[in-house]
Ligand binder design. Structure first.
Ligand code: GLA
Length: 748
């Protein structure tokens, strides 16, 4: 239903949990102001006198009767900076002298590149509005989609760009959305890294000019993650206003945070405009990814708690547990089921997987209480190392003479389900697939094909490649009882040519590759609804809210050093829920840092997320196996709290901190789990008292140790008020290097 300047009132029923106030989205026809309310947040924008869509307010929820007059464009600042540039437009076209980041830039067939978008009409949409803009002269239409979550107040914004003219138009730059904040002093938080060193939290004062965080790699990338948080003033965990956002796109992306000459801040994000060019023929449309944005009053911790809940309830897929599949009981209606505790063979056997070797590991794994056995790289084609085999997805006859069935049957007989590693988008030049279809890879004819890890990237944008990948995966899942795929992606793009298309259209690859990836994942899930999938890209190279719509978990990093993991996991949770954060316990000394740590320290570090074991358990002593078995059993009991609860970062592990600690509280406040880690005790300093958070002050909570001890004389039972005000004290002897303790508090 399209409307032009009439009044509508959209009343939506808030969900049963959480926020009591109903969500009211409203268009004030007289003032031409759109208002979205959800949770503790209001978002307002309106049509100004020139016809531009202008942001009016984004922040804490306003009174139901509060009204805004019609939007007034920002003033011109001398003749050098027009009002068009200074006005915080919701979606600015590049034209009319716009000097800051445009949301949309197009090039017309006749050479015209001026685009000025004015309000046209709006329609009601689920939880929000679709607002249509149009160029002042040419038939380029942009529909802005807005939806607000009634509980968290998180907005989902995206745009559909449509060419209703008769001639082709090239889209050179297309954002999903632009967010605006008024002039002020802000701290920008963003996540960067590299292979084996992902999820570094950067915190810096926003200054004049632009900070660009991006990937030009064809996929999300380890080097930066499409998430940001802007805090008013200094960065603080528990206090202060925070505006945050995350882009749902697993291809090349860009987020630009700029402070303009009047000190206002704008965040524009979407497809990376670098090497971009999407030709829209007459009647064609381009859909952008979704840019999610939220607001929290209570600091960075508050922001990540909102984002975690939103991911659990609105982003992640739900997979029904099979009868007998563990741990089925803890799945709630609103959240995906906690991850099975896995065993993964990679660090134990690398490419050297065999039927007998994997069966032996499976027996050991089952005895520890593992739920899922995952065989990693090495089982297919002529795969002996990373030089050959990718692309040839048949079972290697030498290693598995009877196919996968005997191993899978054995794993099932041991009470676990079975998972398998695949890397579907890649090919080794030494493979039957490449010999048969050398043109299937991304390449420019006549130019070298740059290999990384001896492999090339298949052009998934091509329909025949998409069908091949879907076909072999479907066959694998149909012929074998596989519960889980670890979907890997071990290099970035080079030479991104697509020579089947006319030269002007080849850059479509940046959009179609990722869309086909999503389409394959969606189709596989449809055909095999009980299969779960992990997104891995040499660790955390493909983690974003786009892929998380199709996968159940991710591999945050190939770095499994338990001490490094504390910081990696801390950074990860600013943007993503611990539910999806797989964390394996591996061998000591660790292969990367040569650090020696105790098994219980390693397990407690991994227990902060979704626990797995990736060590060579064939070599474990009976004592080590007993420790692992005990802690895996303890983890199963509190897992739902750890991975789906409200996370409080009590002491940060960043910047060489001597100590670190986290607490997670179940949403109904019935349980809390606390982790405490010592890096290296210095000068005999004891562990700080942990003042807990988020408990019910009036309820009584019983304290029990999962590992370690509380200080002698600590109460066994005390009120939430006691634990929050007096705090939890560690035993005197909790000192040393790489020490860990964990506690649970259960409401009586
Ligand atoms: C990537 C993954 C690892 C492992 C190897 C296998 O590096 O991140 O976990 O699966 O590939 O080749």
């Amino acid at each position: 239903m399209l409307k032009t300047f009439s009044t509508i009132l959209v009343l939506l029923v808030a969900p049963a949990v959480g926020y009591a106030q109903p969500m009211v989205n409203h268009f004030d026809a007289a003032a031409k102001v759109f208002r979205l309310d959800g949770g503790g947040v209001s978002y307002l924008f309106g049509v100004n006198a020139r016809g531009e869509l202008e942001q009016l307010y984004w922040g804490g929820r306003l009174g139901a009767t509060d009204k805004f007059p019609q939007a007034v464009p920002m003033r011109e600042w001398a003749s050098f900076d027009s009002s068009y540039t200074n006005t915080p437009q919701e979606y600015a076209g590049w034209g009319a002298g716009l000097f800051n980041e445009p949301a949309l830039k197009v090039s017309f067939a006749d050479g015209n590149r001026d685009l000025v978008l004015h309000y046209e009409s709006y329609a009601e949409a689920a939880n929000g509005f679709d607002v249509v803009l149009k160029d002042i002269a040419r038939p380029i239409f942009v529909t802005l989609h807005y939806a607000i979550d009634a509980e968290s107040g998180i907005l989902a914004r995206s745009a559909t760009i449509e060419n209703r003219g008769s001639e082709a138009v090239t889209v050179e730059q297309a954002a999903a959305a632009a967010w605006a904040l008024p002039a002020g002093r802000y701290t920008l938080n963003y996540l960067t890294g590299r292979w084996a060193g992902e999820w570094t939290l950067n915190q810096e004062t926003v200054r004049a000019g632009a900070r660009v965080i991006e990937s030009r790699r064809g996929s999300t990338g380890h080097q930066a993650n499409p998430w940001f948080a802007l805090q008013a003033g200094e960065a603080e965990e528990e206090h202060g206003e925070v505006w945050f956002g995350a882009l749902g796109w697993s291809g090349s992306w860009r987020i630009t945070v700029e402070q303009d000459q009047l000190d206002a801040v704008r965040v524009t994000g979407g497809f990376n405009p670098f090497d971009f060019g999407y030709v829209l023929h007459a009647g064609e449309k381009l859909e952008t990814p979704v840019f999610y944005g939220g607001y929290a009053k209570n600091g960075l911790d508050g922001a990540s708690r909102l984002l975690h809940r939103y991911e659990l309830e609105h982003i992640l897929p739900r997979t029904e547990a099979k009868a007998g599949q563990a741990p089925a009981a803890s799945r709630t209606a609103l959240t995906p089921r906690p991850r099975p505790v896995i065993y993964n063979s990679w660090e134990a056997t690398e490419f050297n997987v065999t039927e007998a070797g994997q069966m032996a590991l499976a027996e050991k794994a089952a005895a520890l209480g593992i739920d899922r056995f995952v065989m990693d790289d090495g089982w297919f084609g002529q795969r002996k190392d990373d030089h050959a085999g990718l692309g040839d997805w048949y079972v290697n006859q030498e290693k598995f003479p009877h196919g996968l069935k005997p191993l899978i049957d054995k794993v099932h007989a041991l009470g676990m389900d079975f998972g398998l590693w695949v890397e579907p988008e890649m090919v080794n030049p030494d493979s039957d697939l490449y010999r048969k279809h050398p043109d299937w890879v991304l390449h420019f004819p006549g130019r070298p094909e740059s290999e990384q890890r001896n492999q090339l990237v298949l052009n998934l944008a091509r329909p025949e490649v998409r069908e091949y990948v879907l076909g072999f995966l479907d066959k694998l899942l149909t012929e074998n009882d596989i519960a889980f795929l670890k979907w890997d992606y071990n290099r970035n793009w080079s030479e991104p040519g697509w020579d089947q298309l006319p030269a002007a259209e080849q850059k479509r690859v940046y959009v179609e590759f990722t869309r086909n990836l999503y389409a394959i994942l969606a189709e596989l899930r449809k055909r095999h609804p009980q299969v779960e999938i992990e997104s891995c890209s040499g660790g955390g190279g493909r983690v974003d809210l786009g892929i998380l719509r199709y996968v159940d978990e991710v591999w945050p990093s190939d770095n499994t050093d338990p001490f490094d993991r504390l910081t990696i996991q801390d950074g990860f949770t600013y943007a993503y829920t611990p539910q999806v954060m797989m964390a394996w316990v591996t061998d000591s000394p660790h292969w990367l840092n040569k650090r020696t740590t105790s098994l219980s320290y390693r397990i407690l570090s991994s227990m902060q997320g979704s626990l797995g074991i990736g060590a060579n358990i064939a070599n474990w002593t009976p004592d080590e196996a007993a420790t692992a078995k005990r802690l895996i059993a303890a983890y199963h009991q509190v897992q739902a709290t750890i991975v789906q609860g409200e996370l409080y970062r009590l002491i940060s592990p960043r910047n060489g901190s001597e100590f670190s600690a986290t607490e997670t509280v179940r949403p109904d406040k019935s349980q809390a789990v606390v982790f405490a880690f010592i890096h290296s005790t210095q000068e005999g300093r004891g562990f700080p008292t942990l003042k807990l958070k988020g408990l019910d002050p009036a309820a009584e909570y019983a304290l029990s140790a999962i590992e370690g001890k509380a200080r002698e004389g600590s109460p066994a039972v005390a009120s939430g008020a006691w634990w929050m005000n007096h705090g939890l004290e560690m035993e005197e002897g909790f000192r040393g290097d790489f020490q860990a303790a964990a506690f649970r508090l259960d409401r009586k």
